[in-house]
Design a protein around this ligand. Structure first.
Ligand code: ADP
Length: 166
């Protein structure tokens, strides 16, 4: 399995699934969530309304509608509250549960944003270490997924992931 990092708007990626850093309602929000809903169109919100939300660390899948990506895997990262509220474990679960869903749906290529590192305030380097470790561990047992892309949005994160992947 390949693991790479790119600096790009995740809504532009032509992959089997992009992961959305959603909130518990799954009904849209700011940041990457807002960008995904805007690019996918109203139909995405309509499908999300049928899902009854999502618990932190869990993941749910929808179609991609107007996105170039075929599917969206919605996962809810933890809000950073200082690190003593199982934030590390919950963030790891986001990556693990999203990858499990991709496997179950026979998806081959999947792109992740840096979950929880925007308004949810998770320290970027700590989050990147968790992201890379969990994708790396998962890559040893994957059957369908053959490429994971870390899709970051700023130069500092690009350098950070490049360092960790080396
Ligand atoms: P959270 O609420 O989980 O913190 P945010 O959307 O606020 O989610 O931020 C998560 C990360 O996604 C941040 O690092 C932010 O820079 C990045 N981001 C925002 N918009 C996009 C986009 N269009 N494509 C990829 N990454 C994005």
């Amino acid at each position: 399995m390949l693991i790479e990092v790119i600096k790009e708007d995740i809504t532009k990626l032509q992959v089997d699934a992009i992961v959305n850093a959603a909130n518990n309602s799954l009904l849209g929000g700011g940041g990457v969530d807002g960008a995904i809903h805007t690019a996918a169109g109203e139909e995405l919100l309509k499908e999300c309304r049928t899902l009854n939300g999502c618990k932190t660390g869990e993941a749910k899948i929808t179609k991609g509608y107007k996105l170039p990506a075929k599917f969206v895997i919605h996962t809810v990262g933890p809000v950073w509250e200082g690190g003593k509220n199982s934030e590390d474990k919950l963030l790891a679960n986001c990556y693990i549960n999203s990858l499990k869903l991709a496997e179950e749906n026979n998806l081959e290529t999947i792109a992740f944003p840096a979950i929880s590192t925007g308004v949810y305030g998770f320290p970027k380097e700590r989050a990147a270490i968790i992201a890379v470790k969990n994708v790396w561990d998962f890559s040893k047992n994957t059957k369908n997924v053959r490429k994971v892309i870390f899709c970051v949005f700023d130069d500092a994160s690009l350098l950070l992931y490049q360092k960790l992947l080396r």
